[in-house]
Ligand binder design. Structure first.
Ligand code: NAI
Length: 318
């Protein structure tokens, strides 16, 4: 099969990454279904009106919210303004059958093995045999995720680990398991390179693969050094941003973009899967991350993390 024959995709999980990946696939000309969990919360106004989650007005609001989370198509000359029309948002419980039309299904739900396994089981129940399935996990075990699925599913399954934001970051790690067909790896690589303009590195199924293993370590060292030396987040970002040739990816800006809840999953994953005490100590979860997340400060997606969005570069966390 050639990558040009992949015309439609389903992205499961419409958060920071899922929304961005859906936008990127749509921009590459694919029809995309973007599904998330059925909403569990009504607004106060909807409750007052006696509406339920089954009402069309509520569903439309939630669908619009999913589209609004998607990145704006910029710069305009590089993006087809019609791309957003190719995306159909929905929820897994009502619209699972739409996965049956997809040639490629990308799982991008929260970084938890139990949740990803459940979602992959749902995908298996609705997909057409022969279609590609990939996970955007930051570094959970890809083979553990596929346990319980059919051999046919497992042969078509690998990780395609996009980086954030998906439309700007060039790297995609393609991570096969021992059961992934070589043709699946070749097709996912061709798709990412030729259709999506990415540079692919094929990585082994080890905790956090390659880039995140290095990146997470660097982030933890910067975080502990910042706290130890009494620097502000702005000072640390001035040092680890433009001064190091990274104008947009200074440490704390980057952490807020990634999402502090996601980061906790990523750090915990390496630590819990390591048999080495020294490595476990290196990947200890910084208390400040737990404290910020318990206050609802998840980063850009919740309006505040290390920085507070509304106050621009202000907002020290300590
Ligand atoms: P997020 O927290 O922004 O979004 C996760 C989405 O999954 C939410 O919209 C949530 O409602 C949905 N979800 C949770 N349970 C679900 C279920 N059972 N069925 C359907 N949807 C469900 O997380 P984010 O950052 O988008 O991460 C998604 C995946 O991408 C994770 O595996 C993460 O490790 C990975 N990733 C994240 C990066 C980042 O910078 N944030 C970078 C690269 C990979």
């Amino acid at each position: 099969m050639k990558s040009s024959s992949i015309r439609s995709a389903a992205v499961i999980g419409s958060g920071v990454m899922g929304a961005g990946i859906a936008a990127h696939l749509a921009n590459a000309g694919m029809r995309v279904v973007l599904l998330d969990v059925a909403p569990t919360q009504l607004t106060a106004e909807e409750e007052k009106k006696g509406l339920t989650l089954a009402d069309a007005a509520v569903r439309n609001r939630l669908a619009a919210a999913a589209v609004a989370k998607m990145p704006k198509a910029q710069p305009a000359q590089l993006y087809d303004p019609a791309w957003v029309k190719r995306i159909t948002p929905g929820n897994l419980s009502d619209h699972l059958s739409l996965i049956g039309d997809a040639d490629w299904i990308v799982e991008a739900v929260v970084e938890r093995l139990d949740v990803k396994r459940e979602v992959l089981a749902a995908i298996e129940s609705a997909r057409r045999p022969g279609t590609l399935i990939s996970t955007n996990t930051s570094g959970l075990s890809v083979s553990a995720m596929a346990e319980g699925r059919s051999l046919e599913f497992r042969r078509h399954f690998a990780a395609t680990h996009f980086f954030n934001p998906p439309r700007y970051m060039k790297l995609v790690e393609v991570v096969p398991t021992e059961e992934t067909d070589p043709e699946t790896v070749a097709l996912l690589t061709e798709l990412c390179e030729k259709r999506l303009g990415k540079g692919v590195v094929v990585a082994k199924d080890t905790p956090n693969f390659i880039a995140n293993r290095i990146g997470t370590y660097g982030m933890l060292v910067t975080l502990s050094d910042t706290l130890e030396h009494g620097l502000t987040v702005e000072e640390a970002d001035a040092l680890t941003g433009p001064a190091m040739g990274r104008p947009k990816t200074a440490t704390f800006r980057m952490l807020d973009l990634v999402g502090l809840d996601t980061l906790i999953h990523v750090v915990d994953n390496v630590r819990e899967r390591s048999a080495d005490d020294e490595e476990k100590a290196i990947f200890a979860r910084p208390e400040i991350l737990s404290a910020l997340v318990s206050q609802g400060r998840l980063g850009e997606k919740s309006g505040a993390g290390f920085y507070r969005k509304q106050r621009g570069a202000g907002g020290r966390s300590r």
